[in-house]
Structure formats: C-alpha cells, structure tokens
Design a protein around this ligand. Structure first.
Ligand code: ASP
Length: 315
C-alpha cells in the first residue's frame, strides 16, 4: 500500500499567542484534531482522497470557531455568503460554489457540482436552487450566527474596509487583528490520488458580491495527481492575482521544484512582494506534505501513514 497523508488548515492571519487564552487554544487544537482524525480515518479504511477531505471539511464547517459554514463572517449587509471548491487530482474534475446562503455544508454542494452537474462553478441564487434540487441540507440564518463574528463585523460595518482610514483607532486595531478563518484540506490516498478543497465565509464586511480565492480553481484550490494538491488561506485578492495554487503546481511540473520549494517561492516571495498575507497547505504525489505561511499564524495539522501527526497554530 502506498503512503497516504492528509493535511488541513483553519485559516491564517495575525494569530498571536498573547491574544489567545489556553481554553481557546485548546478548542482550536481540538477542532483541528477532530477533523484530522475523521479525514485520516477515511484514508486508513482505503477511502478516496476526495471523501477524506470532505469528511474533514464538514467538521470544520460545523465548528463555529472557523470562518466557514457555521461561524462564517458577516457581509456588509449583515448576512453570511459562503464560497467553497473541491478538485479531484486524478481526473482534474472540479466543483465550486460562490456567494451561497443557508447551505449547512458548502463543501457538500461543491462536491455535488463536481459529481452531478455539467458545470464547474455555480454562484448565488442558481447555486442555491441546485442545492435544493439535490437535497443538500439547508439551515436558517440563525444557525450561522456567532457572537464573535458579529462583533467583528459591528466594529467595521459602517466603514469601507478596503479604504481604511488608518488614523481610526478601532479600524487599525481590527486590521492588525487580521485573521482569515477559512478551512481547507488536501490528501493523497493509498491509491495514489490527490484531492484538495477549501471552504470559507470570505472576508468580514465584504460587499458587491465579492468572491475570494477559495472557490476559484487554480487560485485558492488546485489538485493534480502529476504534481500536488493545494489549499490556500489569506487575502484572497492577492491569491487570485497570483494564481497561487496552480503556480505551485506549475513550478513543480515545469521547473522541477519540490513541493516545499515551490510553496516557499509562492508564499514567501511572490505573495510577500504583492502584500498578500496568508499561507497554504499541500501534498505531493509521493505523500510529502508542506504547510507554509507568511503571516503570524495558521491553524494547521497533518497526519500520515508513516507516523507523522502534528497540529500547530503559530509560525
Ligand atoms: N482567502 C479567503 C478569502 O479571501 C479568506 C480566508 O482565507 O480566510 O475569501
């Protein structure tokens, strides 16, 4: 049997130990551990990489601590609009959804798009109609509410977060407190297939139907058995402009870089130069995993059949 591996993230950003209580730290660690165990369990039973990452992401989406599914951030209008994508590296099949509402597990809907539609990317009301048609579980607005995200939003809802007035103390504090709580998972299964997925509520106070990198194939999410699988988290606009996930795959395919080397180039050189804060996780076709970040922290974890098992938060 080949080596199998799963790696997950719960978002990157200015995550500092001094801002964390031991209880909160433990809650995050537990959330990561629970998702890793579920995803790894699928791989251990001979399941596919697609099913493994889906199992991990459903738990992270259900966990109110992370900005995906339940606990998603608020838009300018005070609602949750979620984005998600999944890609199967064995076939290059992909499914993605953007600006969806009330879908309990956006990753389930993205997978449904990949498996049971003729399309790759659905958005807004149409995507919600497809969810209803396919019998995907919906929840009322209250289900997605979290006090923490509400307070975050309340502090900036009357501002334009993209043209910050840095003399404004509260805004400055809030931007210093940048945390991107998106969730993602990448796995290589025992059959040698790679898959990657990402799910998010996007960025607090987003407006005009803003969509980040997470559901954009090649930007926030990409998988190809020939090279690697990647899931990103961070300031989405920069990840879209740098086609971050696909760039890692290209650096491996065309330049012969290792997964770790390619991720370092994209995260710690290209993205840094354009002010793109965040990080990414990846697995290559040999089962090597990497987690690279240019921000102060990234909730992350890794478990593989050769005995590696870690979770980490800070850089
Ligand atoms: N990348 C996500 C976005 O821009 C945010 C995040 O990673 O938390 O929508």
């Amino acid at each position: 049997m080949n080596r199998y591996t799963i790696v997950i993230h719960g978002g990157a950003g200015t995550i500092l130990k001094e801002d964390m209580t031991p209880e909160l730290e433990e809650a995050y660690e537990n959330g990561l551990e629970e998702a890793l165990t579920a995803g790894y369990g699928v791989l251990e039973r001979g399941g596919s990489a697609v099913n493994a990452i889906k199992a991990a992401l459903v738990l992270l989406e259900d966990n109110v601590l992370f900005n995906a599914g339940r606990g998603s951030v608020f838009t300018k209008k005070g609602v949750q609009e979620m984005d998600a994508a999944i890609m199967d590296g064995s076939t290059l099949a992909a499914g993605a959804v953007a600006s969806i509402r009330n879908v309990r597990n956006p990753i389930e809907l993205a997978t449904e798009v990949m498996r049971n539609s003729n399309h790759v990317f659905l958005s807004g009301k149409g995507a919600n109609d497809f969810a209803i048609k396919q019998g995907i579980k919906l929840e009322p607005d209250e289900y997605f509410f979290s006090q923490f995200r509400y307070d975050q939003w309340k502090a900036i809802r009357d501002s334009d977060s993209y043209s910050l007035d840095h003399t404004h103390q509260r805004l400055e504090e809030l931007m210093k407190d940048k945390k991107f709580g998106t969730v993602g998972a990448v796995a290589l299964d025992a059959q040698g297939n790679i898959a990657a997925a990402t799910s998010t509520g996007g960025m607090t106070n987003k407006k005009y139907g803003r969509i980040g990198d997470s559901p954009v194939i090649g930007a926030g999410t990409y998988a190809n058995n020939k090279t690697c699988g990647i899931s990103c988290t961070g300031h989405g606009e920069m990840f879209i402009r740098s086609v971050a996930a696909y760039d890692v795959s290209c650096l491996m395919e065309y330049k012969g870089l290792s997964l770790q080397e390619a991720m370092e180039v994209v995260v710690n050189d290209k993205l840094v130069k354009m002010g793109g804060e965040g990080g990414m996780i990846g697995v290559d076709s040999a089962g090597n995993a990497a987690m690279v970040l240019n921000s102060a922290g990234m909730y992350r974890g890794l478990k593989s059949s050769d005995g590696q098992h870690v979770t980490a938060i800070y850089k």
